[in-house]
Design a binder for this molecule. Sequence first.
Ligand code: LRH
Ligand code: MN
Length: 423
Amino acid sequence: MRINKSTIDQHNEAHHQVHRQKFDFIHGQLNDAEALIQKLIDFNVAIPSWALGTGGTRFARFSGAGEPATLQDKMEDVGLIHALNNSSGAISLHIPWDIPSDYNAIKQLASELNLKFDAVNSNTFQDQKGQEHSYKFGSLQHVNKAVRQQAIQHNMEVIQHGIALGSKALTVWLSDGSCFPGQLNFRKAFQNTLDGLQQIYATLPADWRVYIEYKAFEPNFYSTTVGDWGQSLLYANKLGPKAFTLVDLGHHLPNANIEQIVALLMMEEKLAGFHFNDSKYGDDDLTVGSIKPYQLFLIFNELVEGMDARGMNHATDLGWMIDASHNVKDPLEDLLQSVEAIMISYAQALLVDRVSLNEAQQNNDVVAAQEILQNAFRTDVRAIVAEARLRAGAAINPLQFYRTQQVRNQLINQRGNTIASGL
Ligand code: LRH
Ligand code: MN
């Protein structure tokens, strides 16, 4: 479903006066609002192809209506989100869930929708129909060479799909691990996995990157072969300069200090980027910023500090992706909320008075340091984020537009009550 520019203009007209009042209020308080707004306009977060339908758990999946049934439908939905917030100009595909039947048609559609192809994701955590060897006991770690070779071959094929689409990165998340003590030789599992990743790495084009995504547990519940940032960094360092560590916010043990992990990975120039989501317990894949918005702000605070320390381009030098699953929300509303939360945390992090913070840190003035951070976190930047959208031709209030225009109902009229294949 394509959104007419005129419909967005009417929406912005209706919201203009209230927005202008809020914007003028905050604009007057900021040192360099224009630079901040330009950074927000340039910033994009990739949308995962697998998060456009309703997700579920092992207990149940309550499917929604009007959901995408094809890759084209999924791209149309990402294009719709991008038209409303101008901050979602890329889609991340998962292979084999999203193998294009016609590359030229898919690339043509992507350019019509102003979308790029972000990292492509391999999948050796499920057995596909007709697959020769099962991944029940792992893939790259597997004790059986034929299983490892099958997984290596799959990742090499995913790279070829990515090259054909114009992607520049492969994300490898391995569910490999064990469920019981004694089940696995950790050293051999690591060495098998490293050997497999080295063979995959060798087929990466010169300008490509491989993102090693770690996860503490699930689906294995005793050990995970890429279980934390330290293990992922070990692989990335042994693989070489094109290998990096990807941080999925939901993949940590309770109370992990993710912002510290981010600061150190950036210091080591080994941070790939993110799978943004939120969680209270495990890998809950909830809406970004819905449970721990202060943690998200603290992560962006470290990102801005670290990127500026190295003169990095905020918009392009790291991988910005969402990885969420929607069990009770409309997937598109959930994604609109997630992108908004990311833009708000990024804007607040850009407001941190770094000179004063550095001074407070040098003086061990703990109280002042907290006040400086929380002053930024407690600044309502929503009008600034909305202004960035307005200037880029998007909607002042995407979620309100989505509801007022009854977009889901229009999708249902278009697609019928199609039930999409969720995770
Ligand atoms: C694993 C993960 C990984 C994806 C999958 C859909 O939990 O975060 O990034 O491959 O979700
Ligand atoms: Mn993930």
